[in-house]
Design a protein around this ligand. Sequence first.
Ligand SMILES: Cc1cc2nc3c(=O)[nH]c(=O)nc-3n(C[C@H](O)[C@H](O)[C@H](O)COP(=O)(O)OP(=O)(O)OC[C@H]3O[C@@H](n4cnc5c(N)ncnc54)[C@H](O)[C@@H]3O)c2cc1C
Length: 276
Amino acid sequence: MTNSILQDRPDLDVTRVRHALKFRLLQVKRVQALNPHFVRVTFTGDDLEDFVSASFDDHVKLFFPQPGESMPAIPQAGPDGPVFDPSKPRPIARDFTPRRHDRATRELDIEFALHEAGPATAWAAQAKPGQYLGIGGPRGSFVIPTQFDWHLMIGDETALPAIARRLEELPEGTRVATLIEVADQSARIEFDTRADLYAQWRYRNESEHPGGALLLALRETFVPEGEGYVWAAGEATLMRAVRQLLCTERGIDKRRIRASAYWKRGEQGVHETIDG
Ligand SMILES: Cc1cc2nc3c(=O)[nH]c(=O)nc-3n(C[C@H](O)[C@H](O)[C@H](O)COP(=O)(O)OP(=O)(O)OC[C@H]3O[C@@H](n4cnc5c(N)ncnc54)[C@H](O)[C@@H]3O)c2cc1C
Protein backbone atom coordinates (compact mmCIF):
# COMPACT_ATOMS: atom_id res chain seq x y z
CA MET A 1 0.00 0.00 0.00
CA THR A 2 1.39 3.44 -0.85
CA ASN A 3 0.53 7.05 -0.11
CA SER A 4 1.41 9.10 -3.19
CA ILE A 5 1.52 12.90 -3.19
CA LEU A 6 3.80 13.67 -6.11
CA GLN A 7 2.88 11.66 -9.18
CA ASP A 8 6.29 12.19 -10.74
CA ARG A 9 8.18 11.10 -7.58
CA PRO A 10 7.04 7.53 -6.83
CA ASP A 11 10.40 7.05 -5.07
CA LEU A 12 9.02 9.28 -2.28
CA ASP A 13 5.97 7.09 -1.62
CA VAL A 14 5.68 5.77 1.91
CA THR A 15 5.06 2.00 1.95
CA ARG A 16 3.35 -0.24 4.49
CA VAL A 17 4.64 -3.82 4.75
CA ARG A 18 2.80 -6.56 6.66
CA HIS A 19 4.68 -9.36 8.47
CA ALA A 20 3.39 -12.71 9.70
CA LEU A 21 2.62 -12.47 13.42
CA LYS A 22 5.11 -14.42 15.48
CA PHE A 23 5.89 -14.64 19.19
CA ARG A 24 9.38 -15.42 20.36
CA LEU A 25 11.08 -16.37 23.59
CA LEU A 26 14.42 -14.60 24.05
CA GLN A 27 17.16 -14.57 26.64
CA VAL A 28 19.23 -11.62 27.81
CA LYS A 29 22.83 -11.84 26.54
CA ARG A 30 24.26 -8.45 27.56
CA VAL A 31 23.18 -5.34 29.46
CA GLN A 32 24.90 -2.00 28.87
CA ALA A 33 24.08 1.37 30.45
CA LEU A 34 24.42 4.00 27.68
CA ASN A 35 23.90 6.79 30.19
CA PRO A 36 22.36 7.00 33.70
CA HIS A 37 18.83 6.99 32.16
CA PHE A 38 19.19 4.62 29.23
CA VAL A 39 19.91 0.88 29.11
CA ARG A 40 20.65 -1.30 26.08
CA VAL A 41 19.65 -4.94 26.49
CA THR A 42 20.93 -7.43 23.92
CA PHE A 43 18.68 -10.46 23.55
CA THR A 44 19.50 -13.72 21.84
CA GLY A 45 17.69 -16.91 20.88
CA ASP A 46 17.15 -19.31 17.97
CA ASP A 47 13.68 -17.74 17.58
CA LEU A 48 15.43 -14.71 16.04
CA GLU A 49 16.45 -16.75 12.99
CA ASP A 50 13.56 -15.38 10.88
CA PHE A 51 13.09 -12.02 12.65
CA VAL A 52 12.46 -9.13 10.23
CA SER A 53 12.35 -5.42 10.98
CA ALA A 54 11.96 -3.35 7.80
CA SER A 55 11.79 0.13 9.34
CA PHE A 56 13.25 2.20 12.16
CA ASP A 57 9.59 3.06 12.93
CA ASP A 58 8.80 -0.62 13.78
CA HIS A 59 7.87 -1.84 17.21
CA VAL A 60 7.78 -5.16 19.00
CA LYS A 61 5.62 -5.99 21.96
CA LEU A 62 7.67 -7.11 24.96
CA PHE A 63 6.02 -9.62 27.33
CA PHE A 64 7.35 -9.49 30.88
CA PRO A 65 7.23 -12.33 33.43
CA GLN A 66 4.69 -11.91 36.23
CA PRO A 67 6.24 -10.71 39.53
CA GLY A 68 8.02 -13.63 41.19
CA GLU A 69 8.15 -15.70 37.97
CA SER A 70 11.09 -16.16 35.62
CA MET A 71 9.28 -17.09 32.38
CA PRO A 72 6.86 -14.78 30.54
CA ALA A 73 3.50 -16.22 29.40
CA ILE A 74 3.72 -15.72 25.64
CA PRO A 75 0.54 -15.87 23.51
CA GLN A 76 0.16 -18.11 20.45
CA ALA A 77 -0.33 -16.56 17.00
CA GLY A 78 -3.95 -17.20 15.98
CA PRO A 79 -5.68 -16.31 12.68
CA ASP A 80 -7.13 -13.12 14.25
CA GLY A 81 -4.18 -12.13 16.40
CA PRO A 82 -2.68 -13.25 19.71
CA VAL A 83 -4.33 -16.09 21.65
CA PHE A 84 -3.64 -15.99 25.40
CA ASP A 85 -3.70 -18.98 27.76
CA PRO A 86 -7.05 -18.49 29.59
CA SER A 87 -5.74 -20.30 32.67
CA LYS A 88 -3.04 -17.68 33.30
CA PRO A 89 -3.14 -13.93 33.97
CA ARG A 90 -2.54 -11.82 30.84
CA PRO A 91 1.15 -11.01 30.60
CA ILE A 92 2.18 -7.38 31.03
CA ALA A 93 3.18 -6.04 27.61
CA ARG A 94 4.76 -2.80 26.35
CA ASP A 95 5.91 -1.54 22.93
CA PHE A 96 9.61 -1.03 22.13
CA THR A 97 11.73 -0.34 19.05
CA PRO A 98 13.94 -3.04 17.51
CA ARG A 99 17.09 -0.95 17.68
CA ARG A 100 19.50 -3.44 16.04
CA HIS A 101 19.06 -6.96 14.71
CA ASP A 102 21.86 -9.28 13.63
CA ARG A 103 20.59 -12.45 12.01
CA ALA A 104 24.04 -14.10 11.92
CA THR A 105 24.58 -13.81 15.68
CA ARG A 106 20.84 -14.00 16.46
CA GLU A 107 20.96 -10.82 18.48
CA LEU A 108 18.34 -8.13 19.01
CA ASP A 109 19.02 -4.88 20.88
CA ILE A 110 16.25 -3.04 22.71
CA GLU A 111 17.04 0.26 24.44
CA PHE A 112 15.01 1.30 27.48
CA ALA A 113 14.60 4.88 28.66
CA LEU A 114 14.33 4.56 32.44
CA HIS A 115 11.65 6.69 34.07
CA GLU A 116 10.01 6.88 37.46
CA ALA A 117 7.91 3.71 37.54
CA GLY A 118 6.36 1.07 35.33
CA PRO A 119 6.84 -2.65 34.70
CA ALA A 120 9.06 -2.14 31.64
CA THR A 121 11.27 0.40 33.40
CA ALA A 122 11.47 -1.79 36.54
CA TRP A 123 12.41 -4.83 34.46
CA ALA A 124 15.09 -2.96 32.47
CA ALA A 125 16.63 -1.48 35.62
CA GLN A 126 17.26 -4.99 37.00
CA ALA A 127 17.96 -6.86 33.70
CA LYS A 128 20.67 -9.50 33.87
CA PRO A 129 22.16 -12.01 31.41
CA GLY A 130 20.21 -15.27 31.36
CA GLN A 131 16.76 -13.77 32.06
CA TYR A 132 13.85 -14.49 29.70
CA LEU A 133 11.47 -12.14 27.91
CA GLY A 134 8.84 -12.70 25.22
CA ILE A 135 8.47 -10.58 22.11
CA GLY A 136 5.70 -10.32 19.52
CA GLY A 137 6.01 -8.78 16.07
CA PRO A 138 6.77 -6.54 14.34
CA ARG A 139 3.37 -7.04 12.66
CA GLY A 140 3.97 -4.35 10.10
CA SER A 141 6.44 -1.73 8.94
CA PHE A 142 5.90 1.87 7.85
CA VAL A 143 8.74 2.42 5.42
CA ILE A 144 9.72 6.05 4.81
CA PRO A 145 12.01 6.46 1.78
CA THR A 146 15.49 7.75 2.44
CA GLN A 147 15.54 9.78 -0.82
CA PHE A 148 13.82 12.89 0.55
CA ASP A 149 15.74 16.15 0.09
CA TRP A 150 15.68 16.55 3.86
CA HIS A 151 14.51 14.70 6.98
CA LEU A 152 13.52 16.13 10.34
CA MET A 153 13.30 13.80 13.36
CA ILE A 154 11.72 14.99 16.59
CA GLY A 155 11.31 13.20 19.90
CA ASP A 156 12.10 12.52 23.53
CA GLU A 157 14.02 9.70 25.26
CA THR A 158 11.60 7.03 24.00
CA ALA A 159 12.27 8.05 20.39
CA LEU A 160 16.07 7.81 20.73
CA PRO A 161 16.31 4.14 19.63
CA ALA A 162 14.30 4.82 16.45
CA ILE A 163 16.18 8.04 15.69
CA ALA A 164 19.60 6.46 16.31
CA ARG A 165 18.70 3.51 14.07
CA ARG A 166 17.44 5.79 11.28
CA LEU A 167 20.61 7.89 11.45
CA GLU A 168 22.69 4.73 11.02
CA GLU A 169 20.56 3.63 8.06
CA LEU A 170 20.41 6.91 6.10
CA PRO A 171 22.79 7.00 3.11
CA GLU A 172 25.91 9.12 3.11
CA GLY A 173 25.26 12.82 2.71
CA THR A 174 21.50 12.67 3.44
CA ARG A 175 20.38 15.98 4.92
CA VAL A 176 18.85 15.31 8.34
CA ALA A 177 18.10 17.42 11.40
CA THR A 178 17.16 16.06 14.82
CA LEU A 179 15.35 17.98 17.54
CA ILE A 180 15.30 15.99 20.77
CA GLU A 181 14.15 16.97 24.24
CA VAL A 182 15.61 14.97 27.14
CA ALA A 183 15.76 15.48 30.90
CA ASP A 184 19.23 17.07 30.97
CA GLN A 185 22.72 16.85 29.43
CA SER A 186 23.37 13.44 31.02
CA ALA A 187 20.49 11.90 29.02
CA ARG A 188 22.14 12.56 25.64
CA ILE A 189 23.53 9.70 23.55
CA GLU A 190 26.09 9.62 20.75
CA PHE A 191 24.86 9.04 17.19
CA ASP A 192 26.71 7.08 14.54
CA THR A 193 25.82 8.30 11.05
CA ARG A 194 27.13 8.89 7.53
CA ALA A 195 24.33 11.40 6.96
CA ASP A 196 24.79 15.16 7.03
CA LEU A 197 23.39 15.62 10.55
CA TYR A 198 22.37 18.81 12.34
CA ALA A 199 21.56 17.66 15.88
CA GLN A 200 19.70 19.93 18.31
CA TRP A 201 19.25 18.90 21.94
CA ARG A 202 16.87 20.62 24.33
CA TYR A 203 16.53 20.03 28.07
CA ARG A 204 13.26 19.73 29.93
CA ASN A 205 14.48 21.85 32.82
CA GLU A 206 15.04 24.83 30.48
CA SER A 207 11.31 25.42 30.36
CA GLU A 208 8.45 25.60 32.84
CA HIS A 209 6.39 23.13 30.82
CA PRO A 210 7.48 19.69 29.57
CA GLY A 211 7.92 20.09 25.84
CA GLY A 212 8.12 23.88 26.03
CA ALA A 213 11.80 23.95 25.05
CA LEU A 214 11.18 21.59 22.14
CA LEU A 215 8.22 23.57 20.78
CA LEU A 216 10.15 26.81 21.05
CA ALA A 217 13.03 25.29 19.07
CA LEU A 218 10.65 23.83 16.49
CA ARG A 219 9.22 27.30 15.81
CA GLU A 220 12.74 28.47 14.96
CA THR A 221 14.06 25.38 13.17
CA PHE A 222 15.16 26.05 9.60
CA VAL A 223 13.00 24.16 7.10
CA PRO A 224 14.88 23.74 3.81
CA GLU A 225 13.45 23.93 0.30
CA GLY A 226 12.54 20.71 -1.49
CA GLU A 227 10.72 17.54 -0.54
CA GLY A 228 11.06 16.65 3.12
CA TYR A 229 9.65 14.26 5.69
CA VAL A 230 9.11 14.80 9.41
CA TRP A 231 9.04 11.88 11.88
CA ALA A 232 8.11 12.55 15.49
CA ALA A 233 7.51 10.37 18.55
CA GLY A 234 7.19 10.98 22.26
CA GLU A 235 4.62 11.98 24.88
CA ALA A 236 1.06 12.14 23.49
CA THR A 237 0.11 15.74 24.32
CA LEU A 238 3.47 17.07 23.17
CA MET A 239 3.35 15.12 19.90
CA ARG A 240 -0.13 16.52 19.16
CA ALA A 241 1.27 20.02 19.70
CA VAL A 242 4.28 19.22 17.48
CA ARG A 243 2.07 18.02 14.63
CA GLN A 244 -0.23 21.00 14.96
CA LEU A 245 2.70 23.42 14.91
CA LEU A 246 4.24 21.72 11.88
CA CYS A 247 0.98 21.89 9.91
CA THR A 248 -0.22 25.33 10.87
CA GLU A 249 2.86 27.45 11.62
CA ARG A 250 5.47 25.69 9.46
CA GLY A 251 3.19 24.81 6.53
CA ILE A 252 4.27 21.16 6.29
CA ASP A 253 1.89 18.89 4.35
CA LYS A 254 0.31 16.52 6.87
CA ARG A 255 1.02 13.60 4.55
CA ARG A 256 4.70 14.32 5.04
CA ILE A 257 4.47 13.93 8.82
CA ARG A 258 4.46 10.72 10.84
CA ALA A 259 3.72 11.65 14.46
CA SER A 260 3.17 9.02 17.15
CA ALA A 261 2.40 8.99 20.85
CA TYR A 262 4.92 6.58 22.38
CA TRP A 263 3.54 7.21 25.88
CA LYS A 264 0.95 9.35 27.62
CA ARG A 265 1.43 11.15 30.92
CA GLY A 266 -0.55 9.38 33.66
CA GLU A 267 -1.52 6.36 31.51
CA GLN A 268 0.08 2.96 31.02
CA GLY A 269 1.27 1.38 27.77
CA VAL A 270 -0.18 3.91 25.30
CA HIS A 271 0.49 3.85 21.53
CA GLU A 272 -1.33 6.17 19.12
CA THR A 273 -0.65 7.44 15.63
CA ILE A 274 -1.56 11.12 15.61
CA ASP A 275 -3.36 12.02 12.40
CA GLY A 276 -6.29 14.16 13.49
C1 LIG B 1 5.86 2.15 18.86
C2 LIG B 1 6.55 2.42 20.17
C3 LIG B 1 7.92 2.26 20.28
C4 LIG B 1 8.56 2.55 21.50
N1 LIG B 1 9.90 2.36 21.61
C5 LIG B 1 10.52 2.61 22.78
C6 LIG B 1 11.91 2.35 22.93
O1 LIG B 1 12.58 1.83 22.04
N2 LIG B 1 12.49 2.67 24.12
C7 LIG B 1 11.76 3.21 25.17
O2 LIG B 1 12.33 3.48 26.22
N3 LIG B 1 10.44 3.42 25.06
C8 LIG B 1 9.80 3.13 23.90
N4 LIG B 1 8.46 3.32 23.79
C9 LIG B 1 7.74 3.89 24.95
C10 LIG B 1 7.38 2.85 26.00
O3 LIG B 1 6.58 1.82 25.42
C11 LIG B 1 6.56 3.56 27.11
O4 LIG B 1 7.36 4.53 27.74
C12 LIG B 1 5.98 2.60 28.11
O5 LIG B 1 4.91 3.26 28.74
C13 LIG B 1 6.99 2.13 29.17
O6 LIG B 1 6.34 1.17 29.97
P1 LIG B 1 6.50 1.15 31.55
O7 LIG B 1 5.97 -0.17 31.98
O8 LIG B 1 7.87 1.54 31.93
O9 LIG B 1 5.52 2.31 32.04
P2 LIG B 1 3.91 2.28 32.07
O10 LIG B 1 3.41 1.24 33.01
O11 LIG B 1 3.40 2.21 30.66
O12 LIG B 1 3.59 3.73 32.66
C14 LIG B 1 3.74 4.02 34.06
C15 LIG B 1 3.73 5.53 34.25
O13 LIG B 1 4.92 6.07 33.68
C16 LIG B 1 4.60 7.07 32.71
N5 LIG B 1 5.59 6.93 31.61
C17 LIG B 1 5.63 5.99 30.63
N6 LIG B 1 6.71 6.18 29.84
C18 LIG B 1 7.35 7.27 30.36
C19 LIG B 1 8.54 7.96 29.97
N7 LIG B 1 9.29 7.59 28.94
N8 LIG B 1 8.91 9.03 30.74
C20 LIG B 1 8.18 9.42 31.82
N9 LIG B 1 7.05 8.80 32.21
C21 LIG B 1 6.65 7.74 31.50
C22 LIG B 1 3.17 6.77 32.27
O14 LIG B 1 2.52 7.95 31.85
C23 LIG B 1 2.55 6.22 33.54
O15 LIG B 1 2.11 7.27 34.37
C24 LIG B 1 7.80 3.01 22.60
C25 LIG B 1 6.41 3.14 22.49
C26 LIG B 1 5.79 2.86 21.29
C27 LIG B 1 4.30 3.00 21.21
